[in-house]
Design a protein around this ligand. Structure first.
Ligand SMILES: Nc1ncnc2c1ncn2[C@@H]1O[C@H](COP(=O)(O)OP(=O)(O)OP(=O)(O)O)[C@@H](O)[C@H]1O
Ligand SMILES: [Mg+2]
Length: 375
């Protein structure tokens, strides 16, 4: 369905009363500005099947449909994500029904016998415009989510390539040494144990990645092992942190559970950590210090779990703090940041019934407090 440049409008009328059809057809024929093609279906089943084809610009739906009601059909249409706007027709003015129709997703509500052609034209035009706007909104939201997923996937991929590249290089070097040289038994033992350590490091990384990926499929919040998620993130980032001389403190009791989704929760922490590393690096550019630190500390507080992610970066100005959770707010260069990290985190945490807040002092550092429910 397209809202713009229409020369005719396809209307599906679902109504078991032939008289209604005749009345509506006459009303439509009085509208001169545009041509309407009306298809009539008389039963719940036929009407629903026709609606699901997605061919119609709008649907007029009778409230009384034999055994079933228009509300039931509306409900079914919602479940099947029908995008055509549906206007409910009823024989009597009933405010409560009107409210229920709107709640079930009706675009509008017209009382039979009181409908004029102007009213009909206007109702259809507004409903179509609204459906068009909703569709545009849905598309742009989808795009935002896709971009964000791509951004974090890219981040993961590059950090993983880096993380795995180092131990692979060590393994290869040691293996070459053993193949080419004539090492003593002690040297063989020493080199091989180093190889084993590096293989374990790769295994831990792969396991972390699997944990992150597995959680992605879950649609609903459930009990998530917070210590494992944080440990996985730590494994992914530890090399990077070491290389940049940033100390990392993890204070999460083993087996502490929170209500969330593990993949997205890992993304939340990953973004916070990447932000903190960036803030610390930026601060060090102007004013290098050795005491760089990031910590993740969790504490159970009754039915809630409080998680504090704190860094010793350059902090955030009062001006910027207000915009922090807005989508696309970033102080980073194009290609470095998209400004979606915190906006996405905020939405995710909210969807799990939690909250996220920030406290920051310029030149001293920043602390994010996430509160999640204990499951
Ligand atoms: N720990 C922090 N210390 C200082 N500034 C921060 C910190 N965390 C976030 N910010 C500021 O908030 C902005 C928005 O962060 P957010 O994570 O939403 O987006 P981004 O990091 O810029 O981009 P993306 O996460 O999409 O790659 C950052 O550009 C930065 O200016
Ligand atoms: Mg970020």
């Amino acid at each position: 369905m397209s809202y713009k440049s229409v020369n005719h409008i396809d209307i599906l009328l679902i109504d078991d009363d032939e008289d209604d059809y005749v009345v509506l057809r006459d009303l439509f024929s009085d509208i001169r500005t545009i041509r309407y093609n009306i298809v009539l279906k008389r039963t719940y089943q036929d009407g629903l099947a026709e609606l699901l084809t997605g061919r119609y610009d709008a649907c007029l739906l009778d409230y009384m449909l034999g055994e079933k009601t228009g509300l039931e059909l509306l409900h079914e249409a919602q479940k099947n994500r029908v995008r055509s706007p549906i206007i409910l027709l009823t024989g009597h003015g009933d405010f409560e029904l009107d409210v229920r129709a709107m709640q079930t997703g009706a675009a509008d509500y017209l009382v039979k016998g009181q409908i004029t052609s102007n009213m009909l034209e206007r109702s259809i035009r507004y409903s179509m415009k609204h459906a068009f706007d909703m569709e545009e909104l849905r598309k742009s939201q989808e795009q935002v989510l896709r971009q964000d997923r791509l951004a974090s996937l890219g981040l993961l991929a590059s950090s993983l390539a880096h993380e795995i590249g180092t131990p692979l290089g060590i393994i290869r070097g040691r293996a070459e040494l053993l193949v080419n040289g004539n090492a003593s038994a002690d040297e063989v033992k020493e080199n091989m144990s180093l190889v084993i350590t590096q293989i374990d490091r790769i295994s831990a990384l792969v396991k972390s990645l699997l944990n992150l990926a597995r959680g992605k499929q879950s649609e609903h919040a459930a009990a998530v092992n917070l210590s494992r998620v944080v440990q996985d993130i730590k494994n992914l980032m530890s090399h990077e942190l070491e290389r940049k001389s940033i100390a990392f403190e993890m204070g999460v009791e083993e087996g502490l559970l929170v209500r969330a989704e593990s993949g997205p929760l890992a993304q939340v922490f990953l973004n916070l950590l990447v932000n903190s590393v960036y803030a610390i690096e930026e601060k060090n550019k102007d004013n290098p210090v050795d005491a760089n630190k990031i910590s993740i500390i969790a504490q159970r507080r009754g039915a809630r779990v409080e998680i504090k992610v704190t860094d010793t970066g350059g902090g955030i100005s009062v001006e910027n703090i207000k915009k922090l959770f807005q989508p696309f707010f970033t102080t980073k260069d194009i290609g470095v940041g998209t400004g979606l990290g915190l906006a996405t985190s905020y939405k995710l945490i909210q969807s799990w019934g939690g909250s996220i807040e920030v406290e920051s002092k310029l030149n001293l550092g920043t602390s994010f407090t996430i509160i999640l429910r204990a499951p």
